[in-house]
Design a binder for this molecule. Structure first.
Ligand SMILES: Cc1cc2nc3c(=O)[nH]c(=O)nc-3n(C[C@H](O)[C@H](O)[C@H](O)COP(=O)(O)OP(=O)(O)OC[C@H]3O[C@@H](n4cnc5c(N)ncnc54)[C@H](O)[C@@H]3O)c2cc1C
Length: 411
């Protein structure tokens, strides 16, 4: 048990924030979790998607022990179970948040708007450990209005999901993008379920070449079996063939299956999917103000043989922009955080990740406690946000980060 109850403020009740809270409370700290939505809000937003990693990789030893011992013990999924986001939230994360140890410590519908020090500005005591003697001040907002809270340590576990990148060339918004696309266009629609009617019989442009784009393409192609009028145009920036990089001997069976299915659809000579490699998005124009209005998209292709840039125009019913997510850095902009200029991840971890070139995130480890340190004493960026724009984060790495961080937090 920590001899003095250090106050630990945790931003976000996703998998990593919840696990960190339980770990902290079990170690004797005074942990408070602030969640802008409800427990596992982001996981629930992609609740229809199946996790690639089996349950055994996604739950901590301390979380499982707490849930399976004592008078209120509950049964957990088996280690090899492949759960959807919704099942993971319902069968593990929600029960975790309801453990007696966390009673009164998880504050839902409370957003952390800003983090600072109580008496020191960003430019004071530069890189000086003495900043750690001044408590953090958190600006919180909710139905009640605004209030502040103090903490000795802050764990920023606020994730990246929903804080999207842009579709346009160069990673900027293309002309018209900010007017034409809605925040929901950058998420993962439930094409086979709740959002089916929006996509069946329609032409959808999917932009992106990651697993989310692959998921959308495969789901839309399945919809085309029910209604052959359903068409998919899949635009990727890269010319890489096939579009999704498969991992040789992939230990995550569901991920391997998804890559194969998406690549086969892209390479097929006939079928519902038309793959357009090497395309940059120049302009998007919505034909009317309604959310489901048709959109005209201007793509740019560099013709190598002619050494010329060619423009082509498409008209589509829907756009799914799966171009990745980025951390919200406004949260800690008044603190001294050293960030990587390429990934916006905390610098030490970003530098360590640069050496990890494998596309297979299962072979990564946490990179140890030192990689989590940055100039601001007592601030730790954990979970998906710790990877910045790098999408290779896995929950099992976040669980290691928690134990690593607590070796530095001290009593
Ligand atoms: C579709 C998809 C599938 C994935 N599949 C896997 C997989 O199979 N295996 C795997 O290991 N990983 C997977 N990941 C990657 C990653 O592990 C998950 O995104 C995971 O949810 C990250 O956990 P987290 O706790 O860091 O962040 P999140 O789950 O994103 O949680 C962050 C929480 O913080 C809250 N929040 C944000 N800002 C604030 C604020 N200012 N104030 C208060 N609260 C705030 C959010 O509402 C959210 O509840 C997947 C990701 C996606 C998008």
């Amino acid at each position: 048990m920590a001899s003095e109850r250090k106050r630990i403020a945790i931003v976000g009740a996703g998998p990593i924030g919840l696990e960190a809270a339980l770990y902290a409370v079990q170690a004797g700290y005074d942990a408070q979790v602030y969640e802008r939505g409800t427990v596992a809000a982001n996981v629930s937003r992609w609740g229809h998607v199946k996790l690639f990693s089996p349950f055994g990789m996604n739950a901590s030893s301390w979380g499982r022990e707490a849930l399976t011992t004592g008078p209120d013990a509950c049964a957990l999924p088996t280690d090899d179970a492949l759960l959807s986001g919704r099942q993971f939230a319902r069968q593990y994360l929600r029960p975790l948040s309801e453990l007696p140890a966390l009673a009164g410590r998880i504050h839902e519908q409370v957003r952390v708007d800003s983090l600072g020090r109580s008496h020191h500005w960003k430019g004071d005591l530069i890189g000086d450990a003495a900043r750690g003697d001044d408590p953090f001040r958190l600006l919180l907002s909710g139905d009640y209005g605004e209030r502040t809270r103090l903490a000795d340590v802050v764990l920023d576990c606020s994730g990246t999901f929903g804080n999207h990148n842009w579709v346009g060339a160069g990673g900027m918004p293309c002309v018209g993008e900010r007017q034409a696309l809605l925040a929901t266009d950058y998420l993962l629609p439930d094409v086979a379920g709740a959002d089916r009617e929006r996509f069946i019989g329609k032409t959808t442009l999917v932009v992106g070449s990651g697993y989310s784009a692959a998921t959308a393409v495969v789901a839309l192609a399945e919809l085309a079996e029910a209604d052959p009028a359903t068409r998919v145009i899949w635009g990727t920036r890269s010319n890489r063939t096939p579009p999704i990089t498969s991992i040789e001997g992939d230990s995550l069976v569901e991920r391997a299956r998804l890559c194969d299915a998406a690549n086969q659809l892209a390479m097929a000579e006939a079928g519902p999917v038309e793959w357009l490699p090497g395309r940059l998005v120049r302009r998007i124009q919505r034909e009317a103000r309604e959310p489901d209005a048709r959109q005209t998209v201007c793509l740019e292709l560099h013709d190598r043989q002619e050494n010329a840039t060619v423009e082509e125009e498409l008209t589509v019913d829907r756009i799914i922009a799966n171009v990745g997510y980025r951390p919200d850095r406004r949260l800690y902009e008044e603190l001294q955080v050293h960030e990587c200029y390429a990934s916006s991840a905390p610098m030490k971890l970003a530098a360590a990740l640069l050496g990890d070139t494998s596309a297979d995130c299962t072979v990564q480890s946490s990179h140890g406690p030192q990689a989590l340190q940055n100039p601001e004493p007592g601030l730790f960026i954990l979970g998906a946000k710790s990877y910045g724009r790098d999408s290779r984060f896995l929950i099992q790495i976040g669980l290691q980060q928690i134990t690593d961080a607590f070796t530095l937090i001290g009593p």
